[in-house]
Design a binder for this molecule. Structure first.
Ligand code: KMT
Ligand code: NI
Length: 171
């Protein structure tokens, strides 16, 4: 894992967009974003048990796996959104970027690779993209039914109770 401020320069979303300004794990924590290095799947089982996650699936995001819809999928993952539940992703192979909004609304880019696990809190604005290798495999953990409906950013959404709860706690 490495986190840094996004450079906001034009160019493909899959490029690093590395401003050179690093963001530390403590700064992520202050945004409610938790990071764990987990080489053992047993640790993931334990975390799932502790947090009441009973289900999981695996997704491969790549042109090989997704075919013609890959480019559209990658674009849709990159729309700024939030969820009313936590988003937990455990990277099994490949790499990708999760971008989250900082307190002053800058993009923080979090580069993840195999054995990295990330927890995004409910209500945080974020987006995802593969990198130039166009390949990531990830485990998605969920409590019961997946509740991953992305809610795209808008002024109205700022009044959502999950968004307001996040802002009260972290912003
Ligand atoms: C998400 O929430 O954007 C995704 O699930 C993307 C694929 S998981 C790396
Ligand atoms: Ni999401």
């Amino acid at each position: 894992m490495r986190a840094y401020l996004y450079d906001n320069l034009p160019g493909d979303q899959r490029l690093p967009h590395d401003s050179g300004k690093d963001v530390g794990e403590a700064d992520l924590k202050a945004l409610g974003v938790l990071y764990y290095r987990m080489p053992e799947v047993a640790s993931v089982d334990e975390l799932a048990r502790e947090r009441g996650y009973r289900n999981r699936d695996e997704i491969t995001v790549s042109p090989e796996k997704m075919g013609a819809v890959y480019e559209d999928k990658v674009k849709s993952f990159f729309h700024e959104h939030l969820h009313e539940d936590e988003e937990i992703r455990y990277i099994r192979d490949g790499q990708g970027f999760f971008d989250v909004r900082s307190k002053d609304d800058a993009w923080v880019r979090i580069q993840l690779e195999k054995d990295d696990l990330i927890i995004l809190p409910p209500g945080i604005y974020h987006r995802f993209t593969t990198d130039e290798a166009n390949y990531i495999q990830a485990m998605r953990l969920f409590k019961d039914e997946p509740k991953w409906t992305p809610l795209n950013r808008s002024g109205e959404l700022d009044a959502n109770e999950h968004r307001k709860a996040y802002v009260e706690q972290f912003v």
